[in-house]
Design a binder for this molecule. Sequence first.
Ligand SMILES: [Zn+2]
Length: 299
Amino acid sequence: MKNKYTIKQFREEYPNDEACLDKIFRLTHGNMTECPKCGCTKSFVRVKTRQCYQCPSCYYQIYPCAGTVFHRTRVPLTYWFFAIFLFTISKNGLSACELQRHLGVTYKTAFRMLKQIRTLINNDETIMSGVIELDETYVGGKNKNRHKDKKVKNSQGRAYKDKAPVFGILERSEEGTSRVIAYTVPDVKSQTLKPLIYDKVEAGSAIMTDEWNSYTGLNKDYDHGICFHGRGNYVSGENNEVYTNGLENFWSTVKRGINGSYVHVSKKYLQLYMNEFVFRYNQRNSPEMFNDLINCLAS
Ligand SMILES: [Zn+2]
C-alpha cells in the first residue's frame, strides 16, 4: 500500500483559513499570468480581513471562492477543508451525523456541506474501451431484507417502487486500475441504456453483460459476451472472460455504503451519492485522494 496523505500533512499544509484561501486561489487562478484589468504581471496580494486578492498596481480584486462550493459560506474554510479530508479518508462514506460531530456544526450545515462536496466530483469524463462490464441494479429503498435484486427485472418493479435503478459501466484493467461510471436512470429499458453505452463505450470494445434483453443488439457494434445469470452461470466464455463480477463488487460497496452510512438517500440526490462511490472506487489506490478531490476545484 502506498503512503496515504496523513492528518499530520494536512494540518501542516492547512493550519488556518489563509492557507486554505491561498490553495483555492492557486487552483482557480493559478494560470493567471497578468492582471485581467491592467495587464501588469505583478503577483496579486491577499487583502487582509477579506477573502480576496488584489492587483498591486490597479487594485483590481479577485474573490477566489466565487463560483466554488465555498461561495458565500459562513463556515470557516478550515472546516471545509477538514470536511473534505474526512470525506476522503472515510471508507464507505461520511454521513452528515459524523461530520456534525467532528466539526460541531448543525446537522443542516453538515448535510449541506456534504452535498456541496459531492458536487465537486465529476463522474463521466472519459470514454471507456477494451474489456467493459455493463450491469444494472436497484439501490435504496426501505426494505433491507430483499436480496436478489436481479429479480427486479422480472417483477415489473411492483415490489420495488422505493428502489431506484442504477446503471454502471466498468472498464477492466490488468493492473488492478479498473474504473467505473454509474448513472441513476429512470428505468433499465433498452432505449435508456443504449444511448449511455454508445456515448461512453468506444465502438469495437468487448462488452460483458448478463442476459437482460436491453443489451440485445449491441453485438452489431461491440464484441458482446453474455453470461446467463438466470441459469446460474456467473462466468462463461472460452477463457472464462465473460462475467460482470467487477461491477457486482462495486454494487456491493454502494449498497453497503448506502445502508450503513446513509440513513436515507432520496432519489433526488442519488446521482450525487453515485458520483461519490464512483470517485471512491476510481481513486481507491490513490494516496492523494484529498488532493484529487480538492483539485476538482480547478475544473
Ligand atoms: Zn491590475
